[in-house]
Design a protein around this ligand. Structure first.
Ligand SMILES: [Zn+2]
Length: 428
């Protein structure tokens, strides 16, 4: 479904507060309204309490087709075909998970078990997943992908990016992206994940492959190009060559940067106007200053630090410097096998210095910024109707009640997609 380099559903959102006239017009045609929302997160600071979350109390939201058409006080909700009573619960924009690796096969339970048991683990990390992925038939890869996407959706994720990077041959990378593009417009070519064993003696030859025949095969299926810029993976010069080649083919850059050590990735991301520098765990002051001066989002992936017992990224330092911060799961079978954005929010609040409001914003509007999207990650008139109804009166509960399945219902593009009984007990 994604035959070009632009997403098919990224029409600019009609933003800003609605006018009385547009509210009346919308009221005549709206098809569903959710009323009695105790706290509605819009991510539009011109609405509600004027905070970055644009929080409206005692709110209602109306949906027509795949769009939000009206937002306002619950007492003024328009008459519609369908009405859902939120019964004093909170509604937030669907999560935007801008970083995952979901085209894979195999299992790395033993590696995680050994790491968490303080034992050395000799088998080969990413290479284990590469071997299993190459050996898996298409149907198995796609079934695994859709199982994880459904898992994320049930937890409120309505927009997700995913990457190649476990094929590392022309055929296997092309296959991963072709399968991913059937399920999301946010597809990233990550042929430069690691240098595969077949090129261990010729990393320059592998970069030539990634920027040549592999790019030719992969570009038609992808919107983004990514590089793991790290000691033992690709250095700054290699990363620049790969991302520049991708840009020349119409792919937009994003980078795995400064995860395991200090390095050139973050400043390269800003130099190339990458949409996002992902991880940002080891940053110099120059790195922070570069992020603050450009349009590159810092995407923090606390599931990775959690699952490897590594040092946390310092979200507070970035936010205080004026950097736009996103949160994402990095869902992958090795270093961060969680698809839960609420879990990442809880970690970011507990261990990375974010306030609950900042973490909710980073997991919704921040993720949208990291994908350069304006139609998702917010609930404003004209935005895509992606909503999560929480079993809680406030979005703060996402951090306050860690590990609790608080997402009661999810709408994506105006359609309720989660598995609770339909109609739900509070439907009328
Ligand atoms: Zn990653």
């Amino acid at each position: 479904m994604n035959s070009g380099n632009e997403p098919t559903n990224n029409a600019p959102a009609r933003t800003g507060p609605h006018t009385a006239n547009s509210a009346v017009a919308a009221a005549a045609t709206a098809t569903t309204v959710i009323t009695d929302i105790a706290a509605l997160v819009t991510n539009d600071p011109s609405l509600g309490d004027g905070s970055p979350l644009g929080l409206i109390r005692d709110a209602a939201v109306a949906i027509e087709g795949d769009r939000v058409v009206w937002i306002g006080a619950s007492s003024k909700a328009p008459a519609t075909d369908n009405r859902v009573d939120a019964a004093g619960r909170a509604v937030i924009p669907g999560f935007v998970d801008s970083h995952s690796h979901l085209v894979f096969a195999g299992d790395r339970t033993a590696e995680f078990h050994a790491r968490m048991s303080g034992r050395r683990y000799e088998a080969g990390g990413i290479r284990t997943t590469v071997a299993a992925t190459r050996a898996a038939p298409d149907a198995e890869l796609e079934a695994t992908l859709t199982r994880h996407l459904d898992e994320a959706l049930r937890q409120g994720t309505t927009t997700f990016e995913t990457k190649s990077g476990y094929g590392l041959t022309v055929e296997d990378e092309e296959r991963a992206l072709r399968l991913a593009a059937r399920h999301t417009d946010e597809v990233t070519y990550l042929g430069a994940h690691v240098v595969p064993p077949d090129f261990a003696d010729d990393p320059a030859g592998y970069v030539d492959l990634v920027t040549g025949p592999m790019l030719d095969a992969c570009a038609p299926h992808a919107r983004w190009i990514d590089v793991f810029c790290e000691k033992g993976a690709f250095d700054g010069d290699q990363a620049r060559a790969i991302l520049t080649a991708g840009k020349a083919r119409g792919l937009h850059p994003r980078i795995h940067a400064n995860q395991l050590s200090y390095g050139p990735g973050v400043q390269l991301a800003v130099e190339l106007d990458a949409a996002s520098a992902d991880h940002c765990t080891h940053l110099t002051q120059q790195d922070v200053d570069a992020l603050a001066s450009g349009d590159t989002v810092a995407t923090l992936l606390p599931g990775a630090e959690f699952s490897t017992r590594a040092e946390w990224p310092d979200a507070r330092r970035l936010l205080d410097a004026g950097v736009t911060v996103a949160l994402s799961t990095d869902c992958n079978p090795g270093s961060s096998y969680t698809s839960s954005m609420p879990f990442c929010i809880a970690l970011a609040v507990r261990d990375m210095g974010m306030t609950p409001d900042e973490a909710v914003w980073a997991a919704t509007a921040g993720g949208a910024a990291a994908l350069r999207r304006t139609d998702v990650g917010r609930l404003t008139v004209g935005a895509r109707a992606d909503l999560a109804l929480l079993d809680a009166p406030s979005p703060v509960h996402l951090a306050y009640r860690p590990g609790v399945p608080l997402v009661a219902a999810v709408w994506r593009a105006g359609r309720r997609v989660t598995g609770r009984p339909d109609p739900m007990p509070w439907d009328r």
